[in-house]
Design a protein around this ligand. Structure first.
Ligand SMILES: Cc1cc2nc3c(=O)[nH]c(=O)nc-3n(C[C@H](O)[C@H](O)[C@H](O)COP(=O)(O)O)c2cc1C
Length: 231
């Protein structure tokens, strides 16, 4: 991660490879930059597990966790993924890239069963809630229709991708989100073939950055933030 002077927090390297002192959320948000190129260094020990844990802690509609995250590290898979993404250097240079696929049919009974079981075990969802969800989730999703089902699944996957980027920043790693890929090609690479229920939300590469474009800044708030009404 470029310059730590401003935020005052330390990179993984600076704290001796330990990831026990993560940056706070505001610092991680401010420090994150989209990286274009990564160093060949692997992730520090334990980092991948931490990233996966924090990524999959993201919220999702009805907690259906409809992201399907493919962690690409194998050199041949990396090369294939890069080819599906216009050979963007983020993928060719990063030690790991996460493909955020979204399952637009993740609300079927077979997918809901383990979600209900876990929430019941934890005492989070009482039986009456599970009973309600058993009907309400499929009913609401069916009413959405195919295009919105896909959109809803992609929304959830994007939230998980943002969690990944902030988790990476919090432990001194850089990330690169990407839209620049050919969906059908990425689906083939991850083994989803032409399954119409699988959409690709984004691809995020993670590692130690070796340069990007710097902070492009943000528009003044009056362009993007409104009080009570847009118009
Ligand atoms: C959904 C999404 C898709 C993006 N796709 C690409 C991409 O394909 N290639 C690329 O070089 N940068 C890509 N970017 C990076 C943006 O250009 C970058 O986030 C933006 O310029 C703001 O810079 P910052 O992330 O450092 O604040 C993408 C960013 C987002 C959020």
């Amino acid at each position: 991660m470029g310059d730590h002077q401003e935020t005052g927090w330390k990179s993984v390297a600076e704290i001796g490879g330990s990831i026990s002192r993560p940056a706070d959320v505001p610092s991680a948000i401010r420090a994150r930059r989209a990286t274009k190129q990564f160093k060949p260094d692997p992730l520090p020990p334990g980092a991948l597990d931490t990233l996966i844990e924090l990524t999959t802690a993201a919220p999702s509609s009805f907690n259906i966790q409809d992201w399907r995250i493919v962690v690409v590290q194998d050199p041949a898979q990396k090369a294939a993924l890069a080819a599906a993404a216009y050979n963007q250097p983020q993928i060719t240079t990063a030690p790991v890239s996460f493909v955020f696929a979204a399952d637009a049919k993740a609300w079927s009974a077979q997918h809901l069963e383990p979600i209900f079981a876990e929430a019941r075990k934890r005492g989070a969802w009482p039986d009456r809630v599970i009973e309600y969800y058993t009907n309400a989730i499929p009913a609401s999703q069916e009413a959405l229709g195919a295009a919105k089902q896909r959109e809803y699944a992609v929304k959830d996957a994007m939230l998980a991708a943002m969690c990944l980027m902030l988790a990476a920043a919090s432990i001194g790693l850089d990330s690169a989100p990407m839209n620049g890929w050919v969906e059908d090609e990425v689906k083939k690479v991850i083994g989803a073939g032409d399954d119409p229920s699988i959409a690709i939300a984004t691809v995020v590469s993670v590692g130690f950055g070796a340069g990007g474009l710097g902070d492009p800044g943000r528009l003044p708030r009056e362009h993007t933030v409104f009080v009570d009404r847009l118009r």
